[in-house]
Design a protein around this ligand. Sequence first.
Ligand code: SF4
Length: 191
Amino acid sequence: MVQIDATAGSSQDGKARLATVWLGGCSGCHMSFLDLDERLIELADKVNIVYSPIVDTKTFPENVDATLVEGAVCNSEHLYLAKQIRDRSRIVVSFGDCAVNGNITAMRNPLGKLEPVLQRAYIENTTYQPQIPNDYSVIPKLLERVQPLHEVIKVDAFLPGCPPSADLIYFVVTELLAGRIPDLSDKLKFG
Ligand code: SF4
């Protein structure tokens, strides 16, 4: 089993190094993370958030203890970042249904190809200068198919939900900090 050594903490101050990443999702999973409310203060005693939409870090750092990844893999930038995350994180968690199974983000997949998606978004639904973007030095190129995170990199734990509740996020993070891969088998409800 993969172990996180976050009880010892990898930062010089003894805290664990935690990252959260926003790929192809609506940021609702991060909103749920913020719903930890006062528990964020408790976590701040135990972790340094070294990369996240809620901190101003531009590049994904080395030597991260655990990374929560929100969203599916939709474009070339997501693909690059996902591989970098895997290389630099001891534990990677699929954070929310878009990361776990594609969810809303993958609703374009049944169309089969990318072309009808681009046509619809940039030509049919546009009244001012309709054109399909093609300068991929400026914007990342969409992948032909949206993929859940585990199809692209190895994932150590899955945290489903749209979004996962703050209580579930808290459980997962505290389990990781205790050096355990969280077992959610008795905490999830379907239907
Ligand atoms: Fe948004 Fe739900 Fe996807 Fe999270 S799982 S990014 S809340 S659509």
